[in-house]
Design a protein around this ligand. Structure first.
Ligand code: BDR
Ligand code: CA
Length: 315
């Protein structure tokens, strides 16, 4: 097997983040060095507990650093998504009530920067929540982040409607200033927006249909965690299942050919009241020659992704 990719996952651990984490932990292509948390779907302390609960459930051959990060966006009050992910972020089934491990004492930003120094060009940062921690790390030490392999961020909505108001995607709505800093930074950023994540649905029947053939304890965990999230989708989207936003960002690191991307200048609206967090692409502004623009995913191989998702989840 080719060399493992060292990874830091930065997450506001709600339900799809938890699924993304499980997929990442079970993928031999990745070496999960650290999981850092950021306020988003729920308060950051809950996100951290949810990471520890997933680690308890999955186990991992190597020690994983779990570090807590920003408790609120750079300049705004926190907006959460309890209606989507439950008050505890994992569907309110007490899945993270008891956890056996502890988080690391250091702040997420320190852990991120240490990983950049340690792994340099090999490191992939997978950001599954608001970009607050990544923006803080960039402000503190731009040189360290400039050297990484990639920063894959789930966020944005370009040609599709937003999921937080009419035009914004949740992660960038919560901390638009952080998203703007990261997307305009010239860092090697890959954006995985709703345009691709909403092309894939995990139907409830696909979970229940596996009852006899998979690890029962994991199936119970996944069914419990996704129940509330799927009810939300049933009300808001009209199907009995859920989107897999964050697992797609992980898949884009495991196998970059899973998504088709285009390098394009991107900006994020920070001034608007109705348009807060909206992502705008400037397709005619081609590369200036001085700065790298984000690579924005616009297509996904849905079948290949779903087959990877199930294979990793249940292996
Ligand atoms: C994003 O927002 C969060 O609720 C999900 O975890 C995902 O990261 C989708 O807009
Ligand atoms: Ca998330």
């Amino acid at each position: 097997m080719s060399k493992q990719i060292p990874v830091v996952i930065d997450t506001d651990t709600g339900v799809d983040d938890a699924l993304a984490l499980i997929i990442a932990l079970k993928s031999p292509e990745l070496l999960i060095h650290a999981v850092t948390t950021v306020a988003g779907n729920v308060e950051v302390e809950k996100c951290t507990r949810n990471v520890l609960a997933v680690l308890d459930r999955i186990g991992y051959a190597m020690p994983v650093v779990v570090a807590q990060g920003a408790g609120k966006p750079l300049r705004r009050e926190l907006v959460t998504a309890r209606d989507v992910h439950g008050r505890d972020g994992l569907g309110d089934r007490s899945l993270s009530r008891r956890v056996s491990k502890r988080r690391h004492a250091a702040h997420a930003v320190e852990v991120l920067l240490e990983a950049c120094e340690r792994y340099g060009r090999e490191l992939a940062i997978i950001a599954l929540g608001p970009l607050t921690n990544v923006a803080l790390a960039w402000k503190r030490n731009p040189r360290a982040l400039r050297n990484v392999r990639s920063i894959v961020t789930m966020g944005g909505a370009f040609r599709v409607a937003g999921n937080t108001g009419p035009v914004a995607e949740f992660n960038y709505y919560v901390d638009p200033e952080a998203a703007r800093i990261v997307l305009r930074s010239g860092l090697p950023v890959v954006v995985v927006p709703l345009d691709v994540t909403e092309q894939v649905v995990l139907f409830r029947s696909e979970l229940t249909g596996r009852a006899s053939s998979v690890d029962r304890a994991l199936l119970d965990f996944v069914s419990d965690a996704t129940a509330h999230y799927m009810e939300y989708h049933s009300r808001s989207e009209g199907f009995d299942g859920c989107y897999l936003h964050d697992p797609i960002a992980v898949a884009a690191v495991i196998d970059p050919s899973m998504v088709t991307t285009r390098e394009v200048l991107v900006d994020v609206e920070t001034q608007g009241t109705l348009t807060r967090g909206m992502t705008l692409a400037y397709p005619r502004e081609q590369r200036s020659g001085r700065k790298t623009h984000p690579h924005v995913a616009h297509r996904i191989d849905r079948e290949r992704f779903l087959s990877l998702f199930h294979e990793r989840l249940w292996r």
